[in-house]
Design a protein around this ligand. Sequence first.
Ligand SMILES: C[S@@+](CC[C@H](N)C(=O)[O-])C[C@H]1O[C@@H](n2cnc3c(N)ncnc32)[C@H](O)[C@@H]1O
Length: 365
Amino acid sequence: MSRAEEIFRKAAFVADLGMRLESIEPGVCVSSLGISARHLQQDRFIHAGVQATMADHTAGAAAASLVEADETVLTIEYKINLLRPAMGQALRCKSTVLRPGRTVIVAESEVYTLGAGDSEKLTSKATITLAVVKRTESEEGEDATHHVSTREGYDRWSEIYDGEDNALVQLEEPLVDGLVGEVRGLDVADIGCGTGRHAIRLAKRGAQVTGVDFSEGMLAKARQKAEGSVKFLVHDLSERLPFVEGTFDRVLCALVLDHINDPTALFKELRRICKKDGFVVVTVMHPAMMLRGVQARFVDPASGKKTHVESAPNLIADYVTAIARAGLAIDLFAEHSVDEALAVRSPRSRKYLGWPLLITMRLLP
Ligand SMILES: C[S@@+](CC[C@H](N)C(=O)[O-])C[C@H]1O[C@@H](n2cnc3c(N)ncnc32)[C@H](O)[C@@H]1O
């Protein structure tokens, strides 16, 4: 993960707003934000605080692109002019460093509103002053965290994946059973099947199951355990799925979507391969976990290092929009939190007691 990506992903407030990094080059950063009702003030204009956050944070990324690896930047002052009432479907912010320096950097941010037909209006302009400071020990400690691509991450994680105290898995498994229902004699797809946790259980219950995943490591474990009861395919979900339309009675996609940058494309594929009288079951880690700094991670048994697996900062709005755009109907959409019973079964989850951990959905093609 680049420094700029890190600046966007690790700032929980910015991720919660829905701001995204669009591009970064030395001294210049562009970000975007899809506007929804929660970004508006009482008269339905885009809130000044949203524009100011965007102007400030994007300038921070532009400035950080110019400092040394052991340094970071902190805003010490900014001034923003709101040039017109902001209305539109999205914001785009371009930040440019005007004056680089060893101790102080001055940057300028221009925030544009995007309306229908790609029309763009300059809505606010800010000048931001940032101090260049040494990174703290805790930030450097974070650097000790290893960041790997999704495929490489799961290849390595596969060694220990099944044996971990994983609260998400414990909460999710019985819920999936309830959502999928009776499967005897049905054709079931497990998309992003990993080590075959669901696929093998569903095969034992009498389904003909096909599992798809791009991690050879996860699939090797799955094959070992399945002893031929499930058909496994190596496939990257960013590509069209290798099945004809309407192949499966049940399509399951469990705990995968937080690694998918284009959820709409995947939901369209889940719908395409599902029979018209079948349904799709999806589970995903609740995006609220991002606000607690949690994403897919493990301690790599090979290096002993805390390792973060590349994830996509999708919000609930991204999932709901993607489902609608894919033409799926929502039959059920539920949020599940950590309760006392789960905290007892999975001691690591106690610190998230009461906090949303999981989303489950049943979708109709
Ligand atoms: C958290 S694991 C879940 C595995 C399994 N569904 C389960 O619930 O136990 C996520 C899985 O998604 C797979 N995955 C993520 N992105 C993928 C992609 N683009 N193509 C194929 N598989 C992917 C990973 O390899 C990993 O096995």
